[in-house]
Design a protein around this ligand. Structure first.
Ligand SMILES: O=C(O)c1ccccc1NCC(=O)[C@H](O)[C@H](O)COP(=O)(O)O
Length: 260
């Protein structure tokens, strides 16, 4: 357990027993069943024409950068993303490294109408039900944190709950496994979650290996319109951006400036 991703996943697993004791699965399932129907995450990305489809991330801190944004008013940020023209939101709920919270997802969803991706480190079926119980419309599955059986089972559960799945890859081996899943949403993370090194070339290299019936979402390290143009030319159809926008006081204007 020496790299960042392994440390985060070990921490998430250690939290699970307490969570399951506090909120047993049948109660969580009832909460999930009582939620409003999921908003179509993939459909919202596909509906964007004539500009870049942006997933705006609500991100307070990160393992690589520490605190990113001091003034962290979740409803205000969520609505600013809407005003700026984002297609969807991503809300980090991990608490220790990202200073996120489950409530941030609930609050964001109540504040605006866009679909929300729960951005967390999901390695157990309980967390999928939990995501829906919080109101998530989509979940992230990180191939570097899962074996192919786990990925398939978690994907099936998420789909049973009506959520979209963004499966995240960082290299060829992970992409090969990801393409065995049903989800059309392939996230290519430019950040190596083990070393935290960021290279936009990762999307350029992997996107061309993704079949045309899937949608490539370029993730991490995007800081300018030209980065988006460059990765669109490489085959990306949507862009997940956190830090660059979170560092700007005016989230709406920063979003607009990026997507055109
Ligand atoms: O952001 C990190 O430093 C990080 C470290 C380890 C695991 C995950 C990490 N980030 C999660 C993400 O994938 C990003 O928040 C997301 O792609 C947005 O990236 P950015 O625009 O660079 O904030």
């Amino acid at each position: 357990m020496s790299d960042t991703l392994s440390e985060i996943v070990a921490y998430k697993r250690s939290q699970l027993e307490t969570k399951k004791r506090k909120m047993p699965l049948p109660i969580l399932e009832a909460k999930a069943a009582g939620q409003q129907a999921p908003r179509g995450f993939r459909a919202a990305l596909m509906a964007v024409h004539g500009r870049h489809a942006l997933i705006g991330e609500i991100k307070k801190a990160s393992p690589s950068k520490g605190l990113i944004r001091q003034d962290f008013d979740v409803p205000k940020i969520a609505r600013a993303y809407v005003n700026g023209g984002a297609a969807c939101l991503s809300v980090l709920t991990e608490d220790k490294w990202f200073q996120g919270a489950d409530e941030n997802l609930q609050i964001a969803r109540q504040s605006m109408h866009l679909p929300i991706l729960r951005k967390d480190f999901l390695v157990d079926a309980y967390q999928i039900t939990e995501s829906r119980a919080l109101g998530a419309d989509a979940v992230l599955l990180i191939m570097a944190a899962l074996n192919s059986y786990e990925a398939r089972d978690l994907e099936m559960m998420a789909r049973d709950h009506g959520m979209d799945v963004l499966v995240e890859v960082h290299d060829e081996a992970e992409l090969e496994e990801a393409l065995k899943l049903k989800t059309p949403l392939i996230g290519i993370n430019n950040r190596d979650l083990k070393t935290l090194e960021v290279k936009l070339e990762t999307t350029e290299r992997l996107a061309r290996q993704v079949p045309g019936d899937r949608m490539v979402v370029a993730e991490s390290g995007l800081s300018s319109r030209s980065d988006l143009d460059r990765l669109k030319a490489a085959g990306a159809s949507a862009f997940l951006i956190g830090e660059t926008i979170m560092r700007q006081e005016d989230v709406g204007a920063a979003t607009k400036a990026l997507i055109g």
